[in-house]
Every structure is written in C-alpha cells, then in structure tokens.
Write a protein that binds this ligand. Structure first.
Ligand code: 5GP
Length: 216
C-alpha cells in the first residue's frame, strides 16, 4: 500500500469560472469516495431556492462574518460578487482528525491564499469545454440579462488568468470523466506529499540506526 489513508489527508482546492461545473464535480467526488468531505463555507449571500443551511453553506449575517474574521476563525476568506465567503478552520481540523481529504469549492483568490499556506494543497482548476457551452450553462442558470451575462464573462476572464497557477487544469466535457480525473490526481498527490517524504526519511533513519547498532 502506498499510503496510510487515515494519516495522510489532503486539502484539495477546486476552482474555476461559473458554469465550469466545479460544484457538481466536487459534490459528486465526495458522494463517490469513502475518504473525502466537502468543505461547507460560510457566506453572507442570500440562500437560493433549494439550498439548505449547513449543507450548501452556513448562511450568516455580515456582522457575524466580520466578527469571525476578527476572531481569525477562517482558513481563508474572500469577497466574491459583493458577498463574503470563508472556509472555517474547523472544516480542515475535523477532516484531518477523521483522516478525510477536504474538498474545497472556492474562488481563485481563496485558492491562492491556501496555495501559499499549505504546500501540500492539491490545486485543481476546472475549465468549461468551450465558450458556447459556457454561455449555454450560464443561460441555463436563469442569467438572461445582457448586463449579467457580460459581468459573468468578465469575471471568467479574470479567473482564467489564474488557471496557470493551479497544478492541474481539467476540461469538464463530461462530469463523470472529470470526477475520475480528480480522483486520479488526488491518488497521485498522496504519493508525493510531505507526509510520505517524512515517512521515507524516518524509515531510512530507523534502518541506519539499526545498522549502526550492529556495527555494520
Ligand atoms: P456561489 O454564490 O455561486 O455559490 O459561489 C460564488 C463563488 O464563491 C464561487 O466561485 C465559489 O467557488 C466561491 N466560494 C464558495 N465558498 C467559498 C469560500 O469559502 N471561500 C472562497 N474564497 N470562495 C468561495
């Protein structure tokens, strides 16, 4: 076995423009794997129809968010489309304690903060298959006004500039395939993590100590 599942959990950041399908991919990944959990963020935005508090997000007031920032409760936070979003430190602490990988569906600003703070973070950027498909997906979400469509594309352009800062880019042509790609990336990352580097070093040290004691 290459890794000890329970002692080597990873932080997996999944970013991409609206309509890239990153939320669907993140959710499906968690549903279909035994050792990962979805990071439920805190946000000041209003609940959309069908969303559940504590499942999709923890919906909170701006004042409460400000207080949490002041108390340094977030691993990272960012302002996206005029609302605040943040990952509570407990999301990572609890996942780690359970030996689960933490899957974070967050924007590029938050992603960059985590990349700096966690050198083992797995950074994945999801790309929509084409401009035409992205336009179709945005319209499918009920965004019809020209102004709103233009805003989404302007944001998408800015976000695409960050794609090259992510270790992996995946084109989301077909969701199941994209989920499998992410799973392969996570598995490969485990064998490269600092946990395993330390494990190998300790192993070597034990052998060396054993040999020294035998005067070999
Ligand atoms: P939405 O409001 O459409 O659910 O999300 C808007 C954007 O905020 C998406 O790009 C989503 O990935 C991002 N987002 C969600 N949670 C967080 C978070 O905790 N931190 C950051 N930085 N971005 C987040």
């Amino acid at each position: 076995m290459l890794h000890k599942k329970s002692s080597n959990p990873l932080l997996v950041v999944i970013s991409g423009p609206t309509g890239s399908g990153k939320t669907t991919i993140s959710r499906k990944l968690v549903e279909s794997s035994f050792n990962s959990v979805f990071s439920v963020s805190h946000t000041t935005r209003n609940k959309r129809p069908g969303e559940k508090d504590g499942v999709d997000y923890h919906f909170i007031e701006r004042e409460k968010f400000r207080q949490m920032v002041k108390n340094k409760e977030f691993l990272e936070y960012a302002k996206v489309h005029n609302n605040f979003y943040g990952t509570h430190k407990n999301e990572w602490l609890n996942a780690k304690k359970r030996g689960f990988d933490l899957i974070l569906d967050i924007d590029v600003k938050g992603g960059m903060k985590l990349k700096r703070a966690f050198k083992d973070a797995v950074m994945i950027f999801i790309l929509p298959p084409s401009f035409k498909e992205l336009l179709k997906r945005i319209k499918k979400r009920g965004v019809e006004k020209d102004f709103d469509i233009v805003t989404r594309f302007k944001t998408a352009l800015r976000e695409l500039d960050f794609a090259k800062k992510y270790q992996y880019n995946i084109i989301n042509e077909e969701v199941e395939e994209a989920v499998n790609e992410v799973k392969k990336i996570i598995a490969a990352s485990k064998s490269n993590s600092s946990f395993l580097m330390k494990f190998r070093e300790n192993f070597k040290r034990d052998i060396e100590r054993f040999l020294r004691n035998r005067n070999v």
